[in-house]
Design a protein around this ligand. Structure first.
Ligand code: ATP
Ligand code: MG
Length: 221
């Protein structure tokens, strides 16, 4: 259990740049507890950057990112990782079994918990179709794992980690509409005790969002 209770997150008048160019200008976002907040915007508009600020990958130049009302830099990273599950635009898999690749999200996960998370992420059937199921070495699959399969593995990790705040960056971008529907349903059904920040350039993904922000050239509307 995290040592900090989760009671929502926010960005308050955040200005951020990687270098000279301003990527986010005076951006404010409220992520109330137990809601799904969507962020839409064109490629390069700063969506992933904003998400990464909630993961404390970068420090903001102006304004503040807050978790449970506290400045994010005051929350130690161990607590932060317990508060947050995330799916980034690339899912990295280790040269190890599918089971062990999933367990990095929850070291003591039982087989039952693994399967539950994989069902929510619509990847259980795929895994079961492999010759050794959950024991199949990812290395042997090599590049034969499709982008959508990797993405669903990433989602399964996020469901398994089961943190109160889920940060999802284009979690369904490589998926067909059937798989996307399963995942949106899983996200929609887990309301109790779950808060989601959902980034996507697809408007259809936003149907489960309670609030949608639109970011355009670093400005929020
Ligand atoms: P997409 O929809 O393509 O994922 P995005 O809205 O997520 O785009 P970001 O990845 O946040 O956009 O990028 C916003 C801007 O910041 C882009 O101009 C990008 O080139 C730049 N950028 C992103 N990461 C870095 C970095 N590590 N260093 C320098 N510039 C970066
Ligand atoms: Mg992005």
């Amino acid at each position: 259990q995290p040592h900090v209770d989760f009671s929502g997150a926010s960005a308050k008048n955040v200005t951020f740049s990687y270098g000279e160019e301003t990527i986010l200008a005076d951006v404010s976002v409220e992520i109330p507890q137990n809601t799904v907040v969507g962020i839409v915007g064109r490629s390069g508009s700063g969506k992933s950057t904003l998400l990464k600020l909630f993961m404390r990958f970068w420090e903001v130049q102006k304004g503040e990112v807050q978790i449970s009302g506290a400045p994010i830099h005051q929350i130690n990273t161990t607590n932060l990782r317990e508060l947050e599950s995330f799916v980034t635009q690339e899912t990295h898999l280790f040269h190890d079994s599918i089971k062990n690749n999933l367990r990095i999200a929850k070291l003591d996960a039982t087989q039952e918990e693994l399967e539950e998370a994989c069902k929510k992420a619509s990847v259980h059937e795929f895994i079961m179709s492999l010759p050794q199921g959950y024991d199949t070495p990812v290395g042997e699959l090599g590049d034969t794992l499709s982008g959508g399969e990797r993405q669903r593995m990433g989602l399964a990790r996020a469901f398994l980690h089961d943190a109160p705040l889920m940060l999802l960056d284009e979690p369904t971008s490589n998926l067909d509409s059937l798989n996307e529907a399963v995942i949106l349903k899983s996200l929609g059904e887990q309301r109790e005790g779950k808060t989601v920040l959902l980034v996507s350039h697809r408007q259809s993904t936003m149907r489960i969002a309670d609030t949608v922000y639109s970011v355009e050239r670093g400005r929020m509307s």
